[in-house]
Design a protein around this ligand. Structure first.
Ligand SMILES: [Mg+2]
Ligand SMILES: [Zn+2]
Length: 236
Protein backbone atom coordinates (compact mmCIF):
# COMPACT_ATOMS: atom_id res chain seq x y z
CA UNK A 1 0.00 0.00 0.00
CA UNK A 2 1.21 3.45 -0.80
CA UNK A 3 0.76 5.54 2.31
CA UNK A 4 1.42 8.92 0.90
CA UNK A 5 1.68 10.62 -2.38
CA UNK A 6 2.41 14.21 -2.97
CA UNK A 7 2.37 15.88 -6.38
CA UNK A 8 5.51 17.97 -6.76
CA UNK A 9 5.33 19.11 -10.33
CA UNK A 10 2.82 19.28 -13.09
CA UNK A 11 3.62 18.90 -16.77
CA UNK A 12 0.86 19.35 -19.32
CA UNK A 13 -2.59 18.58 -18.08
CA UNK A 14 -2.41 14.83 -17.68
CA UNK A 15 1.04 14.03 -16.43
CA UNK A 16 2.52 14.79 -13.09
CA UNK A 17 5.78 14.04 -11.40
CA UNK A 18 5.12 12.98 -7.87
CA UNK A 19 7.13 11.99 -4.86
CA UNK A 20 5.77 8.71 -3.60
CA UNK A 21 7.79 8.40 -0.43
CA UNK A 22 7.90 4.98 1.17
CA UNK A 23 5.99 2.26 -0.59
CA UNK A 24 4.76 -1.02 0.83
CA UNK A 25 3.78 -3.78 -1.46
CA UNK A 26 3.12 -7.47 -0.89
CA UNK A 27 3.90 -6.93 2.79
CA UNK A 28 7.47 -6.10 1.89
CA UNK A 29 8.76 -2.63 2.56
CA UNK A 30 10.62 -0.82 -0.14
CA UNK A 31 11.81 2.70 0.02
CA UNK A 32 12.40 4.56 -3.19
CA UNK A 33 14.30 7.73 -3.63
CA UNK A 34 12.21 10.44 -5.26
CA UNK A 35 11.50 9.19 -8.73
CA UNK A 36 9.93 10.59 -11.79
CA UNK A 37 6.45 9.19 -11.75
CA UNK A 38 3.78 9.63 -14.33
CA UNK A 39 0.21 10.01 -13.21
CA UNK A 40 -2.50 9.30 -15.69
CA UNK A 41 -6.06 10.03 -14.80
CA UNK A 42 -9.02 8.44 -16.41
CA UNK A 43 -12.61 8.80 -15.33
CA UNK A 44 -12.73 5.71 -13.15
CA UNK A 45 -9.14 4.84 -12.67
CA UNK A 46 -5.77 6.46 -12.35
CA UNK A 47 -2.53 4.79 -13.12
CA UNK A 48 0.85 5.67 -11.72
CA UNK A 49 3.85 4.16 -13.38
CA UNK A 50 7.52 4.66 -12.77
CA UNK A 51 10.80 3.10 -13.69
CA UNK A 52 13.15 1.49 -11.17
CA UNK A 53 16.37 -0.07 -12.47
CA UNK A 54 14.85 -0.30 -15.91
CA UNK A 55 11.70 -1.98 -14.70
CA UNK A 56 8.32 -0.35 -14.71
CA UNK A 57 6.19 -0.34 -11.61
CA UNK A 58 2.55 0.61 -11.93
CA UNK A 59 -0.09 1.42 -9.43
CA UNK A 60 -3.74 1.37 -10.30
CA UNK A 61 -5.76 3.79 -8.21
CA UNK A 62 -9.48 3.10 -8.26
CA UNK A 63 -11.48 6.24 -7.56
CA UNK A 64 -8.34 8.11 -6.54
CA UNK A 65 -8.67 6.86 -2.98
CA UNK A 66 -5.81 7.33 -0.60
CA UNK A 67 -5.06 3.61 -0.53
CA UNK A 68 -3.31 2.47 -3.67
CA UNK A 69 -2.63 -0.96 -5.02
CA UNK A 70 0.78 -1.54 -6.48
CA UNK A 71 1.91 -4.20 -8.83
CA UNK A 72 5.44 -4.98 -9.79
CA UNK A 73 6.03 -5.15 -13.52
CA UNK A 74 8.61 -6.83 -15.66
CA UNK A 75 10.04 -5.38 -18.82
CA UNK A 76 7.60 -3.26 -20.67
CA UNK A 77 6.87 -2.84 -24.34
CA UNK A 78 5.61 0.05 -26.30
CA UNK A 79 2.52 -0.45 -28.40
CA UNK A 80 1.08 0.82 -31.61
CA UNK A 81 -2.62 1.19 -30.85
CA UNK A 82 -4.75 1.18 -33.96
CA UNK A 83 -8.37 2.01 -34.37
CA UNK A 84 -9.92 -0.42 -36.86
CA UNK A 85 -12.60 1.18 -39.05
CA UNK A 86 -11.14 4.00 -41.12
CA UNK A 87 -7.55 3.19 -40.11
CA UNK A 88 -7.03 -0.52 -40.81
CA UNK A 89 -9.98 -1.04 -43.14
CA UNK A 90 -12.04 1.30 -45.27
CA UNK A 91 -14.92 2.53 -43.14
CA UNK A 92 -18.18 2.40 -44.98
CA UNK A 93 -20.22 2.05 -41.80
CA UNK A 94 -20.60 -1.03 -39.62
CA UNK A 95 -18.30 -3.35 -41.57
CA UNK A 96 -19.02 -6.88 -40.40
CA UNK A 97 -18.47 -9.15 -43.40
CA UNK A 98 -15.25 -10.32 -45.02
CA UNK A 99 -16.51 -9.23 -48.46
CA UNK A 100 -16.91 -5.65 -47.21
CA UNK A 101 -13.49 -5.53 -45.58
CA UNK A 102 -10.77 -3.77 -47.56
CA UNK A 103 -7.45 -2.80 -46.01
CA UNK A 104 -6.53 0.88 -46.11
CA UNK A 105 -3.56 1.35 -48.43
CA UNK A 106 -0.22 1.08 -46.68
CA UNK A 107 -1.50 0.08 -43.27
CA UNK A 108 0.00 -3.42 -43.31
CA UNK A 109 3.45 -2.15 -44.25
CA UNK A 110 3.17 0.47 -41.53
CA UNK A 111 2.41 -2.31 -39.04
CA UNK A 112 5.44 -4.27 -40.26
CA UNK A 113 7.57 -1.16 -39.94
CA UNK A 114 6.29 -0.66 -36.38
CA UNK A 115 7.05 -4.27 -35.55
CA UNK A 116 10.65 -3.80 -36.65
CA UNK A 117 10.87 -0.83 -34.31
CA UNK A 118 9.65 -2.92 -31.38
CA UNK A 119 6.04 -1.77 -31.22
CA UNK A 120 3.41 -4.33 -30.30
CA UNK A 121 0.36 -3.88 -32.52
CA UNK A 122 -2.86 -3.57 -30.52
CA UNK A 123 -6.26 -2.99 -32.10
CA UNK A 124 -8.84 -1.05 -30.08
CA UNK A 125 -12.19 -0.79 -31.79
CA UNK A 126 -15.68 0.42 -30.91
CA UNK A 127 -18.17 -2.10 -32.30
CA UNK A 128 -21.49 -0.63 -31.26
CA UNK A 129 -23.01 -2.42 -34.26
CA UNK A 130 -23.16 -5.42 -31.91
CA UNK A 131 -25.03 -3.51 -29.18
CA UNK A 132 -27.31 -1.99 -31.80
CA UNK A 133 -28.10 -5.43 -33.18
CA UNK A 134 -26.68 -4.85 -36.68
CA UNK A 135 -24.39 -7.87 -36.43
CA UNK A 136 -23.38 -10.37 -33.79
CA UNK A 137 -20.32 -10.96 -31.67
CA UNK A 138 -19.74 -14.14 -33.71
CA UNK A 139 -19.74 -12.08 -36.94
CA UNK A 140 -17.14 -9.80 -35.39
CA UNK A 141 -15.00 -12.74 -34.21
CA UNK A 142 -15.16 -14.39 -37.62
CA UNK A 143 -14.10 -11.21 -39.41
CA UNK A 144 -11.36 -10.60 -36.84
CA UNK A 145 -9.88 -14.08 -37.33
CA UNK A 146 -9.82 -13.52 -41.08
CA UNK A 147 -8.23 -10.06 -40.70
CA UNK A 148 -5.54 -11.38 -38.34
CA UNK A 149 -4.76 -14.22 -40.72
CA UNK A 150 -4.26 -11.70 -43.55
CA UNK A 151 -1.88 -9.76 -41.30
CA UNK A 152 0.05 -12.89 -40.28
CA UNK A 153 0.36 -13.94 -43.91
CA UNK A 154 2.67 -10.99 -44.58
CA UNK A 155 4.65 -11.51 -41.36
CA UNK A 156 2.88 -9.38 -38.76
CA UNK A 157 3.00 -11.12 -35.39
CA UNK A 158 -0.48 -10.65 -34.01
CA UNK A 159 -3.16 -12.81 -32.44
CA UNK A 160 -6.65 -12.46 -31.03
CA UNK A 161 -5.34 -11.33 -27.63
CA UNK A 162 -4.14 -8.10 -29.27
CA UNK A 163 -7.64 -7.13 -30.36
CA UNK A 164 -9.88 -5.25 -27.93
CA UNK A 165 -13.42 -4.35 -28.86
CA UNK A 166 -16.32 -2.59 -27.21
CA UNK A 167 -19.63 -4.22 -28.15
CA UNK A 168 -21.75 -1.65 -26.32
CA UNK A 169 -24.10 0.98 -27.63
CA UNK A 170 -23.34 4.55 -26.45
CA UNK A 171 -26.39 4.55 -24.14
CA UNK A 172 -24.89 1.72 -22.13
CA UNK A 173 -22.25 4.12 -20.82
CA UNK A 174 -19.57 1.47 -20.47
CA UNK A 175 -15.95 2.13 -19.60
CA UNK A 176 -14.57 0.59 -22.78
CA UNK A 177 -16.20 2.59 -25.57
CA UNK A 178 -13.77 5.24 -26.76
CA UNK A 179 -13.33 8.06 -25.67
CA UNK A 180 -13.21 6.01 -22.47
CA UNK A 181 -9.73 4.55 -21.93
CA UNK A 182 -10.87 1.08 -20.78
CA UNK A 183 -9.60 -0.94 -23.73
CA UNK A 184 -6.19 0.72 -23.71
CA UNK A 185 -5.79 0.25 -19.96
CA UNK A 186 -6.78 -3.39 -20.28
CA UNK A 187 -4.20 -3.88 -23.02
CA UNK A 188 -1.56 -2.14 -20.90
CA UNK A 189 -2.38 -4.51 -18.06
CA UNK A 190 -2.28 -7.60 -20.28
CA UNK A 191 0.97 -6.80 -22.08
CA UNK A 192 2.84 -4.58 -19.60
CA UNK A 193 2.85 -1.71 -22.01
CA UNK A 194 4.90 1.42 -21.74
CA UNK A 195 2.08 3.83 -22.51
CA UNK A 196 4.08 7.09 -22.51
CA UNK A 197 6.21 5.69 -25.35
CA UNK A 198 3.29 4.17 -27.22
CA UNK A 199 1.36 5.48 -30.20
CA UNK A 200 -2.31 5.64 -31.04
CA UNK A 201 -3.56 6.12 -34.57
CA UNK A 202 -7.22 6.94 -34.95
CA UNK A 203 -9.55 8.72 -37.33
CA UNK A 204 -11.86 10.19 -34.70
CA UNK A 205 -11.29 12.64 -31.89
CA UNK A 206 -12.66 10.00 -29.51
CA UNK A 207 -9.72 7.71 -30.40
CA UNK A 208 -7.31 10.44 -29.44
CA UNK A 209 -9.23 11.28 -26.26
CA UNK A 210 -9.12 7.64 -25.17
CA UNK A 211 -5.38 7.57 -25.76
CA UNK A 212 -4.91 10.80 -23.89
CA UNK A 213 -6.96 9.61 -20.91
CA UNK A 214 -4.99 6.39 -20.75
CA UNK A 215 -1.66 8.20 -20.88
CA UNK A 216 -0.53 7.16 -24.36
CA UNK A 217 2.31 9.51 -25.20
CA UNK A 218 1.93 9.89 -28.97
CA UNK A 219 -1.15 10.18 -31.12
CA UNK A 220 -2.00 10.66 -34.75
CA UNK A 221 -5.43 11.76 -35.84
CA UNK A 222 -5.65 10.66 -39.45
CA UNK A 223 -8.33 11.21 -42.05
CA UNK A 224 -10.75 8.32 -42.38
CA UNK A 225 -9.69 5.73 -45.00
CA UNK A 226 -6.59 7.69 -45.98
CA UNK A 227 -3.12 6.27 -46.39
CA UNK A 228 -0.89 7.10 -43.42
CA UNK A 229 2.53 8.39 -44.36
CA UNK A 230 5.54 7.67 -42.20
CA UNK A 231 6.29 11.39 -42.10
CA UNK A 232 3.00 11.91 -40.21
CA UNK A 233 4.46 9.99 -37.28
CA UNK A 234 7.02 12.36 -35.78
CA UNK A 235 9.55 10.51 -33.64
CA UNK A 236 8.10 7.12 -34.44
MG1 LIG B 1 -12.48 4.72 -36.86
ZN1 LIG C 1 -18.01 -0.92 -24.03
Amino acid sequence: MVKRFRPIRRVGNHRQYVNLGPIFYRKKFESFRPLKVSLFSAKRVSCLSFRVNGKILSIIIPNKSSVFRIEKRGWVRRALFLDRDGVINLDHGYVSRIEDFQFVEGILSLMLDAQERGYLPVIVTNQSGIGRGYYTREDFECLTEWMLEEMRRIGIRIDRSQVFFCPHAPEERCGCRKPEPGMILEAAERFDLDLPHSWMIGDKVSDIQAAFRAGVGHTLLTRKNRKIERKDLHGF
